[in-house]
Design a protein around this ligand. Structure first.
Ligand SMILES: C=C(O[C@@H]1C=C(C(=O)O)C=C[C@H]1O)C(=O)O
Length: 296
């Protein structure tokens, strides 16, 4: 039997969700494709993977073809630490200035556009490689950086204005912000409904393993990035890896705002591939101390 290709974001932010999978609980019938979010967005659209964490705006753009996996996300309720807009001037004073946004993102770029509309900034936005301040061409006045690169490089040292987009959203709306969701292709759900439930169970089990092994998650992330255990613990303390009522509210408001600003052609209501309530893995949510990656 050929293996079922599924995605994994190449940043440490997903490691709490993949912890069980990384540590032995990976069925032989799966093959894992590890890429930055924008690549996975395109691969899920093109059917090169059948299920993947994707940018939440990519889900909105493909909601006709995709469904969400229940209770999984990469989100925050305030600071996220790994999605930063850095700038030489306050955002509202950018006018015709060149700003480079990482080509690895989709959600955060659109969130930045919403924030700029609200605050009145009008930079010229260009996609490009944004891993380190030295990537930015001469004359670029600001940048959007996500994932491990946001945590690793000294953005605060190079730019006087550093906006944490999770915090900006929280201040604007009072709600969590959902950067990534786990989505599955509808055609795959129709073809193999039993596999969908097994995937949901696997991911809930894998995350439950992560939530009870903070030490292991920090150790793995330290080995990958070299960041200190203290920095990593703080990072995972801020990260939300579930998709509860508040996150769904935040996600729905983001979709509404995108529609209102003409950044999304249609209104989108999140729709799920299977019902969380009916799954045997349901009980783990009661034993989960908090919805953040680490209990704070
Ligand atoms: C919190 C993060 O959220 C990410 C941001 C994404 C986007 O902007 O499209 C997609 C997936 C997430 O990896 C991060 O990158 O650290």
């Amino acid at each position: 039997m050929s293996k079922i290709p599924i995605g994994r974001i190449s940043y440490i932010n997903v490691s709490p969700v993949y912890h069980g999978i990384d540590h032995g609980d990976c069925p032989a019938w799966l093959s894992m494709v590890t890429e930055p979010p924008a690549t996975l967005n395109a691969m899920l659209r093109d059917g090169e993977v059948v299920m993947s964490p994707v940018s939440s705006v990519a889900y909105a753009r493909n909601a006709d073809q995709w469904l969400l996996l229940p209770d999984l996300s990469i989100a925050c309720d305030g600071k996220v630490l790994s999605v930063l807009f850095v700038s030489d001037k306050p955002m509202e004073f950018l006018d015709g200035d060149r700003v480079m946004v990482t080509e690895e993102s989709a959600t955060s770029v659109e969130l930045l556009r919403i924030l700029l509309r609200k605050k009145g900034g009008r930079p010229v936005i260009e996609p490009g490689r944004v891993h380190d301040p030295s990537d930015l061409p001469e004359g670029v006045k600001g940048a959007l950086v996500i994932g491990d690169s946001a945590l690793l490089a000294d953005w605060h040292g190079r730019f006087p204005y550093v906006y944490d987009l999770g915090m900006e959203w929280k201040q604007m709306t009072g709600l969590p912000f959902v950067f990534a969701v786990w989505a599955i292709r509808k055609d795959f759900c129709a073809m193999a409904p039993a596999v969908v439930d097994r995937l949901v169970e696997l991911f809930h089990r894998s995350r439950a393993a992560g939530l009870t092994d903070q030490h292991g998650i920090v150790t793995d992330a330290h080995a990958k990035t070299g960041l200190s255990r203290e920095t990593l613990t703080r990072y995972f303390n801020h990260l939300v890896v579930s998709l509860g009522d508040q996150e769904i509210k935040g996600l729905s408001l983001y979709f509404e705002q995108l529609y209102r600003y003409g950044l999304l052609p249609k209104k989108v209501v999140p729709a799920f591939a299977s019902s969380f309530e009916t799954l045997p893995s349901r009980e783990f949510s009661h034993s989960m101390p908090h919805h953040r990656a680490f209990a704070v």
